[in-house]
Design a binder for this molecule. Sequence first.
Ligand code: HEM
Length: 456
Amino acid sequence: MSRSQRLYDWFDSRLDVEQAQGFLGKAFPAEDSFLLGEVALFCFLFLVLSGVFLGFFYEPSISDVEYEGSVAEFQGEEMPEAFVSVLHITYTVPFGMFIRRLHHWAAHLFVASIGLHMLRVFFTGAYRNPREPNWVVGTALAVLAMGAAYTGYALPFDEFAATATSIGYNLTVSVPLVGDFFGEIVFGGQFPTSATIPRLYFLHVLIIPAAIAVGLAVHMAILIRQKHTEAPRDDDVEVGGRTVDRDDDSVIVGLPAVPNQTAVSAVVFFLTAATLSMLAGFLPVHNVAEYGPNDPASTPNLIMPDWFLMWVYGFLKLLPKWFSFSVGSIHVSTEFIGGIVLPGLVFAAVLAWPFIDRTEAIHFTADPLSRPRQTAVGVAAVAFIMIASIAGMNNILAAQVLGTTTDVVNPILTAALLGVPPLFAAITYFLLRDGASEGSDEGATPAAGGGGGADD
Ligand code: HEM
């Protein structure tokens, strides 16, 4: 008996590997866009690993300490400990700057890949019956990912990031009746108190990652239970000596999980690692030494959230200040409407979508070109978020691009936000209408091809 066979038998007698073989042979459809979810998954892994490294050196406190590090301009100065520890990570700890940058880029790639994954699921109709629950779990994961990035933004406690984070505090306390309570829980009271950074740190390193990990476990469990969607097949497919009918939706045709799909996933893993390493090696991130420690007495000229929250900032910029009212003793402010109500409605619409676009249970994905209505809605939604994001940068657009003031560009941006999405939706609909047979969601998408496995 060979050594490998003996090793196999050793494990088999203890772990019943034989029984797991059915699971290891499960088929995974061979579609490149299905790998976006894996990129998000691997980014989360890199975030946790790099975050653990940073956690060894970061100090979640804003008590003043004397700086004695290698940045000459701060020598001997009393500064918040959180800020000092980030300078220490960046300039003194071996590989500190690299890991800090890697953590930063992994966070951005995480959110970006989630966004693209969500668009893939939307445009191919993979959210439809019976996958609505996974769409809902996914939406929660997207919110948590943004929450993780937001709570991490303020941790260096430099002037720029701390001021941008204070916008979140203002939005939180703007919620009628319960705002102050949540401001106390999340920020430890009036931003920034000595409790603010410890609270944000606690959320950033424990509560939100744990919630993401639980959400991911549920997301993957539902995926395995329901089986992955698959592109419609052109023809019957020969797999492992049996013929699978082109319309047989009880069987998945794809690569066996082990070893083929595992090899593909390994490539995605190493490509993600390589991309993040390249970014961390060559692209600097948020330069804390340049901004200096947070100074509650001053406000930086430019305040900006991260790009993925820019659309929310856009709502805040476009809503006129008079757009607020009172009901009895309850004041409904512009901050509350622009920063909480409107984004809340956007997420409510996202959550509700699979229950609006209702179908019979369906296994195959759809061709976006054969779904004029749904694709038109998707195009309008993307246009809406992009215009709102441009509005979030209205001051840069006005001063640096158009050489004018925000008073001039704001009405144009408001008109664009309300007018362009419906216009794009109408154009998309009319362009696709003739080529698609409405109601037949499965258009002429070419089949994913055979692959090596079939999974009942
Ligand atoms: C932390 C964030 C997320 C991670 C790591 C993640 C990961 C994954 C992975 C690995 C898959 C299987 C491969 C694939 O289809 O790409 C998947 C499938 C799926 N995801 Fe996500 N996902 C996340 C967020 C989301 C979001 C924001 C949505 C939508 C709102 C979503 C909805 C779905 C659905 C419906 C499926 C099943 C698709 C199918 O069967 O074709 N996910 N996810």
